[in-house]
Design a protein around this ligand. Structure first.
Ligand code: SAM
Length: 226
């Protein structure tokens, strides 16, 4: 359990091929950033993706004019992001799996932070460190959009609770071979509590299922640093 971060890092040390911007990212952009706040990238807003992987979301925002930065523990995926966006290759960094609230990424002062399907790889204690780190990297008035696994996510049915919010997800199917530690959030109230450093604006969710494997429910939080 103590070295759960290492187990998760081992899993991510391969490559996670995710080349395209996800619908919940471009809809977040169109419906919230642009519609509600008039933020469309023309102001070159500073945007950080915590757990950016190969930079699919960042490539979308980069194209719109945002000043994009990404951090991740997976060196292979950061290398893919850099070669995909050579004009901002220096805007990507490989970070340590253990969150550090004092760590400032690329000068901080971000206008927007996104973190999709990443913070749920942390225990409650480490989540609190990571969220403080993100808070410290943000301007007053800046926005955060992040997702966490929902309670109904089918991985949890295959998992054993090991404490501090973490479930050991260990199962093999014809398609998957998982040995991971994940955090699951019960409901929107718990989601608001986890992100209580920020003023909540929208608590939403997305869900899908393929091959009838089960629900992949994720809650999303959108809020503002005041
Ligand atoms: C499911 S992928 C999501 C990637 C990307 N955000 C997306 O939506 O396509 C999870 C990402 O979280 C990263 N990750 C896992 N543990 C992390 C940690 N402790 N700190 C930062 N990133 C982490 C992984 O390397 C991986 O790129």
């Amino acid at each position: 359990m103590n070295d759960y971060l290492q187990t998760n890092a081992r899993y991510w040390s391969g490559t996670y091929n995710a080349p395209n911007v996800e619908s919940f990212i471009f809809r977040f952009y169109g419906r919230i950033l642009k519609f509600d706040y008039g933020i469309d990238g023309s102001g070159h807003e500073r945007l950080l993706d915590f757990g950016c992987g190969q930079g699919a979301a960042l490539a979308f925002f980069d194209n719109l004019g945002f000043d994009c930065f990404g951090v991740d523990i997976a060196a292979n995926d950061i290398a893919v992001a850099r070669s995909r966006m050579p004009h901002i290759a220096s805007h990507f960094a490989v970070i340590d799996p253990k969150p550090n609230p004092e760590q400032i990424f690329f000068g901080g002062n971000f206008d927007i932070v996104i973190s999709i399907q990443t913070l749920d790889f942390l225990s409650n204690t480490d989540f609190d460190l990571a969220i403080k780190c993100l808070y410290n990297n943000m301007k007053v008035g800046s926005k955060i959009y992040a997702s966490m696994n929902g309670w109904a996510h089918y991985y949890r049915n295959q998992a054993t609770y090991v404490g501090d919010g973490l479930w050991h997800v260990q199962f093999k199917t014809d398609r998957l071979d998982y040995d991971l530690y994940l955090n699951f959030v019960r409901d929107k109230e718990e989601m608001a509590k986890k992100f209580s450093l920020f003023r909540p604006v929208y608590l939403d969710y997305y869900d899908y299922s393929f091959r009838e494997e089960g629900s992949e429910l994720r809650y999303t939080f959108f809020g503002v640093k005041e």
